[in-house]
Design a protein around this ligand. Structure first.
Ligand code: SAH
Length: 592
């Protein structure tokens, strides 16, 4: 639904802000706090909100979250909700591509898609495309369901096929819900009203996700020569089922006949290839075999067994290949596919490979910087919010005052200790105790600094609020650069937060000063990082951070380019080599 740009969008959105969920990622795994234990339903592409508001009003025992990518339309939906005074409905302004980062596995009971855009020439943008279905499957509960209605018969038929191909179980299917094949398809949407008035039949289906375990148990495991037999068994199955999207040139006559043998894997290992096995719920499902050759990452095999198709694994392997390429600074993925294998060719094209005869090539975006060293607190994570919450809870749970003044006092004392750490006057161990000792002194009470600190660290580890756009930016940048997180934070806290925020899976390296043995801004810290990452040419690296004294000074001390992340525009310009105020700006800078 295209809408003309609304005047005063920000002001209008502000007036109905109570209906918006500004930071939906914060609720991942915790939606029950908002729903009050009611089942969570979501609508994707809610448009002007007629369906969402009507459905929420009619079902007070359900909590509905409506998602819409177009803010100019979304504001109308929120205004509609405000007029209706509905209590069990909230809105998220985002692209459905980010679904996984907002909802945990099995957290959603129902997903509605109403009159989704048909994208006639761009199948992979359809909301019923396999990658979307894969993420619906992840967020839906086992007994959850998808409900889809549309006027567009082509899209509908294609979607039925896509659902079946991906193992979904179709329930009710109707090609004319208000006419020849009547079913109750719920509240009519804006589009539905329009098409009904024109006499266009409306199609409806509901479907249950494929059975079986998944996801948390998806792993990409590095193999060794000891795994050759296992790899060969899988290769044979993949071969027999004829789904080998991309495979390489190390082919023998025997292999063309029978698939790869144990011996051919032995040869790959001997030739320095890296073999990774995709396991889904403990079963071998696919593999990725790569080797970097200068600027090129050679993809010798990228394959998914047929019964695991349609769940986005091919794409996942392609993403992994891109990240391998980024690690070695490769600018291109190359693979081979015999011309007669049309299915393989098609699959490769869907993964973004272009064809030059039997050679398949995927150019990777060129980046000016190959290595991105990014700070955690205040840059990736909304540290202020997490810290504030953790300190309040810690003080309260230890029987100390937790009012604003005490929290502010703690902040000041803590900041002073961190400055001392940067100057090398204290170790991080001392810092942890000192800040609470000083707080006790200032309050004139006896405290147990170790207990306070361990309580605080525990609370802080739970707070993994990412700043706006951070996750998406790291996801994209990690395909183009080697991304390392460089932090003076405390090891257990940082590791826990990297995990719970999902960043742990995206970034290639994590350097924590407590483990490195030096803290930013010491050049020794960056020396150790560069050594470990194999950065010989420092002009290919850039440090991104919010602190002039640790990140920017550290980069300068170490001869590395620096970029100040300054979302509130509070720092003078010109100190760092670059300044950005948002992740959008950072991406534009890095992708120069
Ligand atoms: N459901 C409404 C609107 C249908 S038009 C109705 O039936 O009247 C489709 C809507 O989906 C548009 O408003 C469009 O902006 C939104 N949309 C399309 N792709 C989306 C995506 N990837 N994520 C979120 N919303 C999307």
């Amino acid at each position: 639904m295209r809408a003309r740009k609304k005047k005063n969008l920000a002001a209008r959105t502000g007036r109905v802000a109570e209906f918006a969920i500004g930071e939906p990622r914060r609720f991942k795994g915790r939606w029950s706090e908002l729903t009050g234990g009611r089942p969570l339903h979501i609508e994707i592409g809610c448009g002007k909100g007629r369906f969402a508001v009507g459905t929420a009003l009619a079902n007070p025992d359900v909590f509905l979250v409506a998602i819409e990518v177009e803010p100019n339309v979304l504001v109308m939906a929120m205004e509609e909700a405000a007029r209706a005074g509905v209590e069990n409905l909230r809105f998220i302004s985002m692209n459905a591509e980010a679904l996984d980062s907002c909802f945990a596995k099995g957290e959603v009971s129902r997903i509605y898609l109403n009159f989704s855009d048909p994208w006639p020439h761009n199948k992979n943008r359809r909301l019923t495309y396999e990658t979307f279905l894969a993420s619906y499957r992840r967020v839906l509960a086992e007994d959850g369901e998808l409900r889809f209605k549309t006027d567009n018969r082509d899209l509908f038929d294609w979607s039925c096929g896509e659902l079946e191909r991906c193992g979904w179980r179709l329930g009710t299917v109707s090609h004319d819900v208000h006419g020849a094949e009547p079913v109750d398809a719920g509240i009519a949407t804006e589009y539905e009203e329009r098409f009904m008035a024109l006499g266009t039949p409306i199609n409806y289906l509901d479907a249950e996700p494929p059975e079986g375990e998944l996801d948390e148990q998806v792993e990409l495991a590095d193999c060794t020569a000891a795994d050759c037999a296992e790899l060969a068994r899988l290769a044979l199955r993949v071969w027999r089922t004829r789904f080998t999207p991309v495979y390489g040139r190390v082919r023998t006559a025997e292999m063309i006949e029978n698939g790869r043998s144990e011996r051919s894997f032995e040869k790959l290992f001997a030739d320095g290839y890296r073999c990774e096995l995709l396991r889904v719920a403990g079963e071998d499902a696919g593999m990725l075999v790569t080797r970097h050759e200068g600027d090129v990452l050679r993809v010798e095999e990228l394959s998914v067994e047929r019964r695991f198709r349609g769940r986005g694994f091919g794409r996942m392997l392609a993403g992994a290949a891109e990240r391998r390429a980024a690690e070695f600074g490769c600018v291109r993925l190359e693979a081979h596919c015999p011309a007669e294998d049309t299915e393989g060719m098609r699959a490769a094209a869907a993964l973004g490979f272009g064809e030059r005869g039997e050679l398949l090539v995927r150019e990777l975006p060129r980046t000016r910087w190959r290595y991105l060293l990014i700070d955690a607190d205040g840059t990736l994570f909304d540290f202020d919010r997490a810290e504030r919450r953790a300190i309040e809870q810690t003080l309260a749970s230890c029987g100390l005052p937790s009012d604003d003044a005490t929290c502010a006092l703690y902040s000041r004392l803590n900041a002073a200790e961190w400055k001392r750490l940067e100057r090398g006057e204290v170790t991080s161990e001392e810092l942890r105790r000192n800040r609470f000792l000083r707080l006790g002194e200032a309050l004139g009470v006896e405290v147990d600094p170790d207990l306070l600190n361990s309580t605080y660290m525990q609370k802080l580890s739970a707070g993994a609020d990412l700043l706006d756009g951070a996750y998406e930016a790291v996801e994209r940048l990690s395909r183009e650069c080697t991304v390392a997180v460089v932090t003076n934070g405390l090891p257990p806290v940082q590791r826990a937060r990297m995990e719970s925020s999902g960043l742990g899976r995206l970034v290639h390296r994590l350097y924590i000063s407590g483990e490195v043995g030096y803290s930013k801004p010491a050049p020794e810290f960056f020396d150790a990082v560069c050594r470990d990452m194999g950065i010989d040419d420092r002009s290919q690296a850039i440090v991104v951070g919010d602190s002039l004294t640790s990140d920017i000074a550290g980069a300068k001390n170490s001869g590395i380019a620096s970029c100040l992340f300054d979302p509130h525009g509070v720092h003078p310009t010109g100190v760092a080599d670059f300044t950005v105020r948002s992740y959008g700006e950072l991406e534009r800078l890095i992708e120069l």
